[in-house]
Design a protein around this ligand. Structure first.
Ligand code: DQA
Length: 147
């Protein structure tokens, strides 16, 4: 069974209550439940994890190299703009990488316009709210289907 890892970075555990005018009202549990459902319908194994700690995200990416994970969907949150270490970890992962942002980072402060993770990502989705995760999972599933 193909496996996808969904990683949520710092402060995304507060989804639903954190600046809802920017990030929406859905909770992280709502998002993950929707993704678990979509993965199950399509016969995919899925693991969704959130961490406020850079090293834990890196450990999860490293573990994905060894457990048959086919693709990583990652919203690195603020680490997007700062973390060479997460970029390096993703560079050591062979599968597909899709970067997701709930907000349109390009319409926000200048420091959010640069992403280290985009240097590795096969695709980037920004500004679609929680639908962005679903679009990413659809893309991962489609890419694995035979032509
Ligand atoms: C975010 C955008 C980042 O700039 C911010 O630090 C986040 C969330 C997004 O999903 O829009 O925490 O990644």
């Amino acid at each position: 069974m193909s496996k996808v890892l969904v990683l949520h970075g710092p402060n995304l555990n507060l989804l639903g209550t954190r600046q809802p005018e920017i990030y929406g009202h859905e909770t992280l549990e709502d998002v993950n439940n929707g993704l678990y459902e979509k993965a199950a319908i399509n016969g995919w194994d899925i693991e969704c994890r959130q961490s406020n700690h850079e090293g834990e995200l890196i450990d999860a990416i490293q573990a994905a190299r060894l457990d048959g994970t086919t693709a990583i969907i990652i919203n690195p949150a603020a680490y997007t703009h700062t973390s060479v270490a997460i970029l390096d970890a993703l560079n050591a992962f062979d599968g597909r990488v899709i970067e997701v942002h709930l907000s349109n980072v390009h319409r926000r402060e200048a420091f959010r316009h640069h992403s280290y993770v985009s240097l590795r990502a096969d695709g980037v989705i920004a500004g679609l709210g929680t639908q962005g995760y679903h679009a990413a999972l659809d893309a991962v599933i489609r890419a694995a289907e035979p032509d």
